[in-house]
Design a protein around this ligand. Structure first.
Ligand code: GDP
Length: 450
């Protein structure tokens, strides 16, 4: 039974339901030795894909659970092999006991990602879809989940395959023309071929450029919260996170280090970087904070600049506002809007905010949603994997070089062979060209049971 694997597919916390899944030739027979349907008989007497209620016992016959069991036959299953599943009560003790009982029968523990690896090796999905499985599990926003679900459905594979097939056709035509040049074949229209290669290069370049937005769906938009000490940065961070992550005090310069947290604001996943005040100071510890703030702004795609609206703008505020202009997106917030001394400063687009009453948080959410629309994410046409993006970029560069060569008048036989390199790179994206080290790296990212 060495080739039959099993793992707990659900989380390690106690829950209503927990699932043990199996894949491999002995999946059904192993489950049948432990599970008896309530009406008697065998699980295999029931049709594949149906849930059957019954009793689960360990290998010594002791009752473990009253649960549901199901099975699928190869190749119509997730992994493409025979599979089975036990849906138990979600007690880690029950699930572990069920797993141990299976191990006692010779089933072995699945490694991280082994189910999906088998699905890939059996042609049930390509690499973009396998990576989408991890993205879907890791998704923290509905937009990220939608993007992953659409890639799981093959949206990215179809896009890449369309370009791949077009290039293969082009190369095949070219090879035929070379090999049988005296035959009466469809002429090889060089300018049309050049244009076709150029279009593919451009399309791939545009696709590679979606990686930045695609990754943001998962990693979050790096967002620096800046402003002078005591302006309300930590309070805003806490309001956005919904719990006291940063320590809020009224001693200036409390936030000596930077604090990073993810939060979904306006449907956008933000990686919030809380910073020490941006003021110049002789205090060495604070200076580290100031330097880090500058560094945070350097990395930030969005700067939330806080000015204390309960008092007048200071020179320091002006300096910080200027510094923050270096960020690709800047939103200015006038804090402490609940205080009687509050006045809205004369800054274009400024939002009045109170972390105490929550005033202005809605407006901030809307503004962030407006600045970072997720366009394209739903259609699964955003590249979300660095591996895929690098290969697409490489393919694009190869094709661009071929295009430019042909434009300069180089003959097709001198340049077109490089199209093969582009094909290899595209093949890597979907896994048509299989490199073991690459697949190993992908599946290592999975959790056990997936
Ligand atoms: P930081 O140094 O910029 O991180 O500022 P803090 O978030 O630590 O806030 C400094 C002080 O201002 C604390 O005493 C907070 O309670 C207070 N504070 C922050 N935001 C608000 C607000 O919106 N309204 C009021 N009334 N007080 C605030």
């Amino acid at each position: 039974m060495g080739d039959t694997i099993a793992a707990i597919a659900t989380g390690s916390a106690r829950s209503a339901i927990g699932i043990v899944r199996l894949s491999g030739p002995e999946s059904l027979s192993a489950v049948e030795r432990l599970f008896t349907p309530a009406g008697g008989g065998e699980l295999s007497a029931h049709p594949a894909g149906t849930l059957v209620y019954g009793t689960l016992r360990d290998e010594q016959g002791r009752v473990l659970d009253k649960c549901l069991a199901t099975y699928s036959k190869a190749p119509r299953s997730y992994t493409g092999e025979d599979t089975a599943e036990l849906q138990c009560h979600g007690s880690p003790a029950v699930l572990t006991a069920a797993l141990e009982a299976l191990f006692a029968l010779g089933v072995r523990q699945a490694k991280a990602g082994e189910f999906t690896r088998r699905a890939f090796l059996n042609g049930r999905m390509d690499l973009t879809q396998a990576e989408a499985v991890i993205d879907l599990i890791d998704a923290e926003t509905p937009a990220a989940a939608r993007c992953a679900a659409s890639q799981l459905g093959g949206a990215m594979s179809r896009k890449i395959s369309a370009i791949y097939d077009e290039l293969v056709t082009l190369m095949a035509h070219f090879d035929v023309v070379l090999d049988y040049s005296d035959e009466d074949l469809e002429p090889f229209d060089e300018s049309e071929i050049t244009a076709q290669v150029g279009r593919a290069a451009e399309e791939l370049r545009r696709l590679a450029a979606t990686y930045c937005r695609g990754r943001r769906l998962y990693d979050g938009v790096p967002c620096a919260i800046v402003g002078r000490p005591n302006g309300g940065k930590s309070s805003l961070l806490n309001a956005l996170l919904g719990y006291d992550r940063a320590i809020v005090t009224d001693i200036p310069g409390t936030t000596r280090d930077t604090v990073e947290e993810k939060a979904v604001v306006g449907g956008t996943l933000l990686r919030l970087i809380d910073t020490a005040g941006l003021r110049d100071t002789e205090d060495t510890v604070e200076r580290i904070g100031v330097e880090r703030s500058r560094a945070a702004l350097d990395r930030a795609e969005l700067a939330l600049v806080l000015v204390d609206g309960s008092g007048p703008l200071t020179e320091e505020d002006q300096a910080i506002l200027k510094l923050a202009q270096s960020a690709p997106q800047t939103i200015v917030l006038a804090t402490k809007a609940d205080r009687p001394t509050f006045t809205l400063p004369d800054i274009p687009g400024v939002i009045a905010l109170s972390s105490v009453t929550g005033e202005g948080l809605d407006a901030l959410e809307r503004e962030i949603g407006r600045r970072f629309p997720e366009g394209g994410g739903d259609s699964g046409e955003l590249l979300t994997s660095r591996r895929q993006a690098e290969a697409v970029q490489r393919a694009s560069e190869c094709l661009q070089a071929v295009f430019e060569g042909m434009e300069r008048g180089m003959t097709p036989d001198a340049t077109l062979s490089d199209v093969e390199l582009a094909l290899d790179a595209l093949g890597e994206v979907t896994g048509r060209v299989v490199k073991d080290d690459v697949t190993n790296r992908i599946f290592e990212r999975f959790c056990v049971g997936k």
